[in-house]
Design a protein around this ligand. Structure first.
Ligand SMILES: [Zn+2]
Length: 330
């Protein structure tokens, strides 16, 4: 795409000194945002897109339109490891010889599940305990292998933790941990400008999943996630620039919507436990049937998230029977 069209067609936008590049994504969300931002000694990229020729072409056109080159890029930062955010990081590392920073807890997930060719063995026990049949685990393992084709080559990662401070064009952005969507998910906030990059935690047009199960070590992802989101309510916000879709300003309103949505769903899950059941039996009762294994993973993930929250409140109990957890109301 030429550098005039990229503006005209709205693939590239500039808001508050931040270049927002819409990247194409061959999955239900269809698009995600990549940010190209000036720093003291050059430019950084915050989140990328999946590695497709179309996205590489978009990225190069964006650099041209901004008036910089690959050599201007000094580092890549990722809010979380998911393929739509990390996909081009390895390509960028190869092209620009730059470090790629990933949250520490996501690096653990990455090494345990994504980088390995033992996804099936690593996930099997956990999936069976949640009530899935073994064939679903094979399907999920194949699906992950397929998705991994969009993140080749994979980069060498440098781990970072909450508190990391990024100097973007004279503005200090702090990394704040919001676990859930992925265990290590970070958001970036600048108190001076009031700009927040919330990644996938808060987007304008939908509510994304709050747990990354089975790629997770979180005991109670639902409560951990909602607590972290509640913490963001106190930030003095001027602009929110999310990982997908349009920018917005009403962060508090969106967090309230998300919290209410999950409280409602948790109640629905609780009410669905009529007889002792596995998490998958409960999920199948609550959510519409779907043949796509990734959606099946996400509805089971959320159901487990709500069940663990209910367990911690003492509303539900569970016992292991024949390798499967059976849940019942207390
Ligand atoms: Zn995403």
């Amino acid at each position: 795409m030429d550098s005039v069209k990229i503006w005209e067609k709205g693939w590239l936008k500039k808001q508050e000194d931040i270049y927002i590049l819409r990247m194409f994504m061959p999955f239900p969300l269809k698009e995600n945002n990549c940010f190209i931002i000036e720093v003291d000694d050059g430019w950084i990229v915050l989140d990328t897109g999946v590695n497709l020729e179309q996205n590489r072409d978009l990225f190069l056109s964006a650099l041209k339109a901004i008036g910089i080159t690959m050599r201007s890029i000094k580092a890549v930062y990722l809010t979380h490891y998911h393929h739509d955010h990390s996909g081009l990081a390895g390509w960028l590392q190869k092209m620009c010889d730059v470090p790629v920073f990933l949250p520490q807890d996501d690096l653990i997930t990455w090494q345990r599940f994504i980088e390995t060719d033992k996804y099936f063995d690593t996930s099997l026990k956990e999936c069976l305990m949640a009530g899935w049949p073994e064939e679903f685990v094979h399907e999920l393992s194949d699906n992950i292998k397929f998705i991994n084709t969009y993140i080749q080559p994979t980069p060498e990662y440098v781990a970072y933790s909450a508190g990391l401070s990024l100097n973007l064009h004279g503005q200090e952005y702090r990394a704040i941990a919001v676990p859930g969507h992925s265990d290590g998910h970070m958001v970036y906030f600048n108190p001076g400008s009031g700009i927040l990059f919330p990644g996938d935690n808060v987007v304008d047009h939908t509510i994304l999943h709050l747990t990354d199960w089975p790629h997770s070590y979180l005991e109670n992802p639902c409560d951990v996630h909602l607590d972290a989101l509640t913490g963001l309510r106190n930030l003095d916000i001027n602009l929110v620039i999310p990982g997908h879709g349009k920018t917005f300003t009403d962060l508090k309103g969106k967090i309230d919507l998300i919290t209410a949505h999950h409280e409602r769903r948790k109640r629905t899950v609780y009410e669905a436990i009529k007889t002792p059941s596995t998490a998958w039996e409960i999920a199948s009762d609550v959510f519409k049937p779907n043949q796509y294994i990734h959606i099946r993973r996400l509805v089971l993930a959320e159901t487990l998230g709500y069940l663990h929250s209910l367990l911690s409140e003492g509303q539900v109990e569970r016992e292991l029977s024949d390798g499967r957890y059976i849940y019942k109301r207390s």
